[in-house]
Write a protein that binds this ligand. Sequence first.
Ligand SMILES: Cc1cc2nc3c(=O)[nH]c(=O)nc-3n(C[C@H](O)[C@H](O)[C@H](O)COP(=O)(O)OP(=O)(O)OC[C@H]3O[C@@H](n4cnc5c(N)ncnc54)[C@H](O)[C@@H]3O)c2cc1C
Length: 377
Amino acid sequence: MSSGNFDVVIVGAGIVGAACAKECSRVGLRVAVVDQDAAGSGATAAGMGHIVTMDDSDAQFALTRYSQTLWQELRSELPQDVEYEQCGTIWVAADDDEMKEVFRKRGYYSHHGVPVEVLNSAELERLEPNLRKGMAGGLLVPEDAVLYPPCAARFLIERAQSHGARLYFGAAVVKLGGGEVRLANGTLLSAPTVVNAAGTWATTLTPGISVKKRKGHLVITDRYPGFVRHQLVELGYLKSAHSVSADSVAFNVQPRQTGQLLIGSSRQYGSETQDVDSEILSRMVERAQHYLPSLANASAIRVWTGFRAATPDKLPLIGPWPPDSTVYLATGHEGLGITTSLGTAKLLAAQLTGGPPEIPAEPYLPLRMETLEHAHV
Ligand SMILES: Cc1cc2nc3c(=O)[nH]c(=O)nc-3n(C[C@H](O)[C@H](O)[C@H](O)COP(=O)(O)OP(=O)(O)OC[C@H]3O[C@@H](n4cnc5c(N)ncnc54)[C@H](O)[C@@H]3O)c2cc1C
């Protein structure tokens, strides 16, 4: 069975594929979306949902901030179950050394027009009374937000559908390339462009992409409304996220609209199973209790793991894949794919329609992988 009449077939309906489907169909392209499961069921179902501006590199900043403003624009249209909440982030500085990073970050964000506020120890304690006493201070980034990723993905897919996108869900893709997508049930979809948005699975469908799985654990607690009021992240998180080899944990706690606390996070390479690693989990929970001592009295109700799609330079792959002119990539978003899904979709749609992108597309082009081939992930 063969089906054509599409301008683009998108493989993967995680938040990235869903955002791409919505944007491509909105600009008038005839879109098909294929997923072996349902919308938002892969890493998207495992993610924390922090919509965060990050500044590890200028390119990372550009994409995260751009995407954050796109979420803000979409905010009034998001249904309640997406639980979008602009609670802000506080980067917590434990000591004077970490306060230096607070001031550096303030300089960078302010220079680029992102509102921020430096907090001293007393101000931090007033905003977050459950934090350990005696922290040096922090940086408040009020425009950062949180949302519930699976419902956000479903919303984007529904938008795509309302713009005419066709869905092929519960259908595994066994092969893509040469303007074709072959499903396990024998269906052949053809289009001039095929987008591989299959997250960590992208490497199976397009061998040769430098994307590795980076495992993460999360814990969700029972309801403790008001226990924390902002997404709280230790500044040491940056060291953890930067580490390219060692397993790491960092204090990262998020208030959910339900009153629950989402506790993260860990990073591990080389672990290919979904199993909970009790050693990593204890380290992660101990870290959280170090910052929030009375968390020791809270009940955890669920623990899970997920896999981030990591590239060697920590930037996603968005754009044409040089070995096959019909294949475009939208993968490799590591721990920022919920945030950067909307910016990714805008960049991709501009590439497919020949329109000007609103931020430079070059830092994310897969073409750069040729020079990264020898980089160590
Ligand atoms: C613990 C953890 C915490 C995180 N926290 C955050 C956060 O706070 N903020 C943030 O911005 N990001 C966060 N992330 C990252 C974020 O979750 C991911 O970057 C994002 O979900 C990636 O989305 P995706 O659409 O690329 O991939 P996925 O969600 O994995 O979607 C890929 C889709 O492709 C489908 N697929 C795969 N192979 C095939 C095939 N052969 N045929 C058909 N379909 C196929 C899958 O079924 C899946 O639905 C976190 C990730 C983890 C693991």
